[in-house]
Design a protein around this ligand. Structure first.
Ligand code: FMN
Length: 396
C-alpha cells in the first residue's frame, strides 16, 4: 500500500498513533516513532523520504480554551521534541471563536505542523453538556467550528483534519453528514472511530461504517480507527474497508514496538517485535528517563508512568505483589530495583500479550442535554452548557 497524503504532508506509511489524553505525550510518541522507524526495511529507501516516513504521531488532545489561556498544562501538551518532524496537535473545542483563536495561535506562532479536531469523546460528563461525540448532531455548530478552524489554516502549510465517532447511538448516526460537511469545509483527512458514543469502548468496532465512509468521501483520505491490536489487524482493516490509513490507540499501550510491526507490515515485511521481559524492562527504563526529562520532576513523571507499567506487564509472568509495587514507584531508583527483581529471563509470552488491552467496558446509555435530540440545529440556550463541556473534558 502506498503512503498517505494529508494536505501538503506526505506520510510514508499510512499509520497514525491515535491521540490519547494522558498517554501520547512527547516521551511516548518518541518511543512509538522510533519503533515505527525501525520497521522501515533497509532495502526500501523510497519509503524513508519525506517528513513522516513511518507514520504520524498525534499528541494528547488539548482544549482550545486552555490553549488560548496558555495554561502550563496546555503548553506542556503541545510541546514536541526536536525529533518530531511533523508536530501533530489535537484540539478539542465547543465554541467556534475559541477554536479559531486556538488554531490561529498554533499557526501564527508556528507551534504545529498538523492540527486535528476531536469530536469523539464519549464521556458522560462531556456529552451531557453537548460536547464530544454528541456535538456533530448539531450540524450548524459543528459546521461553524470546522469552518472557523479551516479559515485559519487555509493558505498555510498546516493541514486540518477531524476525528470523530459514528454518532450518538445507532439511531442517531452523524458521521456521514459530518464528514461531507468537513470535506466541503476543506479538511485534509477524516478519521472515524467506528463506534457510537453509546458503544463507549464496548464490543467490536463497526468497520463496515469505515467502508461506508470511504465510499462517501472521495476527495480526502479516510482513516479507520478501532480495535487494531496487531499489524495483521491493520492490514485487515484496510482490506475490509478500503480506508487510506489506520489510526491505532489502545493496541500500543505498553507496546510502543507495535509500530515496528505496523510499519513493517505496510512495507510488505514480516518483521515483528516479540520482546522478552528483559527487553521490555529496557523500554520501560528509557520511557521513565524520557518522562522525567519531559515533566522535569521525578515524582510526577513516575506517577504518570505507573499506568504504562501495568500495560507493559500484560501477558508476562509477574506476581501480584510485584505488580502492586510497580504500581507505586515514585523514583527512578525504585523503578530499577523493582524491575531487576522480576524474572527478566522470560521470553515473549505470545497470545497472552496480544489482543485487546486498555479501556473496555459495556455500552452506556448516551447522556445528552435534555431535548438535544429534538433538533439538529443549535439553540442559544445550549451555549452556556457547552462552555462547561469544555471545562470538564479530560479524555477521548
Ligand atoms: C486513554 C485514552 C485516551 C484517549 N484520548 C483521546 C483524545 O485525547 N483524543 C481523541 O480523539 N481520542 C482519544 N481517545 C480515543 C482514541 O484516540 C481511539 O479513538 C480509541 O481508543 C479507539 O481506537 P483503538 O481501538 O485503537 O484504541 C482516547 C482513548 C483512550 C483509551
Amino acid at each position: 500500500m502506498s503512503g498517505l497524503q494529508i494536505g501538503p504532508i506526505a506520510v510514508g506509511t499510512p499509520v497514525v498513533l491515535a491521540p490519547m489524553a494522558g498517554v501520547t505525550n512527547a516521551p511516548f510518541r518518541r518511543l512509538c516513532r522510533e519503533a515505527g522507524a525501525a520497521g522501515l526495511p533497509a532495502d526500501r529507501p523510497d519509503l524513508a523520504a519525506g517528513p513522516a516516513p513511518a507514520g504520524l504521531y498525534v499528541a494528547e488532545m488539548v482544549t482550545s480554551r486552555a490553549l488560548v489561556e496558555r495554561t502550563p498544562e496546555s503548553m506542556r501538551i503541545i510541546s514536541h521534541d526536536a525529533g518530531e518532524a511533523v508536530r501533530s496537535v489535537q484540539l478539542y473545542g465547543v465554541d467556534p471563536a475559541t477554536v479559531r483563536a486556538a488554531v490561529r495561535m498554533l499557526v501564527t506562532e508556528d507551534r504545529a505542523d498538523h492540527i486535528d479536531l476531536n469530536f469523539g469523546c464519549p464521556v458522560a460528563k462531556v456529552t451531557r453538556k453537548g460536547g464530544g461525540a454528541v456535538l456533530p448532531w448539531k450540524s450548524d455548530l459543528f459546521g461553524a467550528i470546522i469552518t472557523a478552524a479551516a479559515e485559519e489554516t487555509r493558505g498555510t502549510d498546516v493541514p486540518l483534519t477531524i476525528k470523530m465517532r459514528m454518532g450518538i447511538d445507532a439511531d442517531h448516526l452523524t458521521y456521514l453528514d459530518a464528514a461531507r460537511h468537513a470535506q466541503d469545509a476543506g479538511v485534509a483527512a477524516i478519521a472515524l472511530h467506528a463506534r457510537t458514543a453509546a458503544d463507549y469502548y464496548s464490543g467490536t468496532a463497526h468497520w463496515d461504517a469505515i467502508a461506508t465512509l470511504k465510499q462517501a468521501i472521495t476527495e480526502v483520505p479516510v482513516l479507520g480507527n478501532g480495535d487494531i491490536w496487531s499489524a495483521e489487524d491493520a492490514l485487515a482493516m484496510v482490506e475490509h474497508t478500503g480506508c487510506d490509513g489506520v489510526v491505532v490507540g489502545r493496541g500500543c499501550q505498553g507496546r510502543p514496538w507495535l509500530f515496528t510491526d505496523l510499519v513493517a507490515a505496510f512495507a510488505g515485511s514480516d518483521l515483528r517485535v516479540r520482546p522478552g521481559l528483559a527487553e521490555v524492562a529496557e523500554v520501560i527504563r528509557r520511557h521513565a528517563l524520557l518522562m522525567v526529562e519531559h515533566f522535569g520532576e521525578e515524582l510526577k513523571a513516575l506517577r504518570e508512568l505507573r499506568k504504562h507499567l501495568s500495560w507493559y506487564m500484560k501477558g508476562y509472568v509477574v506476581g501480584g505483589e510485584a505488580r502492586r509495587q510497580l504500581g507505586l514507584v515514585s523514583t527512578l531508583a525504585e523503578l530499577d530495583e523493582r524491575l531487576e527483581a522480576l524474572d527478566l529471563s522470560q521470553p515473549y509470552p505470545g497470545e497472552a500479550a496480544e489482543g485487546p488491552r486498555g479501556r473496555a467496558g459495556s455500552p452506556k446509555r448516551p447522556h445528552v442535554p435534555e431535548g438535544w435530540l429534538d433538533s439538529r440545529v443549535m439553540d442559544e440556550s445550549w451555549r452556556a452548557q457547552l462552555a462547561e463541556a469544555e471545562l470538564s473534558i479530560s479524555g477521548g
